[in-house]
Design a protein around this ligand. Sequence first.
Ligand code: PGA
Length: 235
Amino acid sequence: MNIVVTNDYKEMSIQSAKFIVKNLLKDNKKISIGLATGNTPTGMYEVLIPIVNLGIFDDRIFYYNIDEYCNIDLNKNGTCKKYLLDNFYNKVSIKEQNIYFLDELNYKNYDSVISDFGGFDVLILGIGKNGHIAYNEPGTSFNSLTHIQELSIESKRQHEEDFGSIENVPEKAVTIGIKTIMNSKSILLMASGKEKAEIIKKSLKGDINEQVPASVLQLHPNLHVVLDKEAASLL
Ligand code: PGA
């Protein structure tokens, strides 16, 4: 595990984008990238946009979201699709056929789509305050593939602002599984702010168990963690 501690959110965003760009330029072949959504990666997308628009990645890169809410119009605020359109896809020149939207209707063949690449080449993850990664909530099997997940009250609270109120947060989400995550060739975990310090410590230094989904990342051979100093403060 490689941990980079930065001074602030801006530097975390720059360092994260740098890691992604390096990985996207590594091989001259088709590359898959799994994209996190949420407050954490927004600044990183801002850094990435002008770089993608230089055209240096051409059409070899295929972009995937890694979770999505269920039973909701995907054009509404709060969904992962809307987030990625607003913060990334609508601002870059990427061909439509290079963008794949995971949702509750197509999730059953998602692992086979990703396994055609031999797993994600690069997977970007944020972390929930309860240790969820993508939307794998505490208690999810480390053997899970892409599945539908009931959301915990902690996760709903964490994302209530995205939907206007907690009542509007969907009950369920489709998410890549822990096994899908661990099959990735390289993983970038990002976290910022003191409210993430406790879960970062538990996940990276604590016991590895299914009650703390992110703890499984300790077992990944190519994990790169970028934190701001507040999120790293308990390490
Ligand atoms: P956040 O969400 O980046 O908005 O904190 C992370 C997550 O819930 O996985």
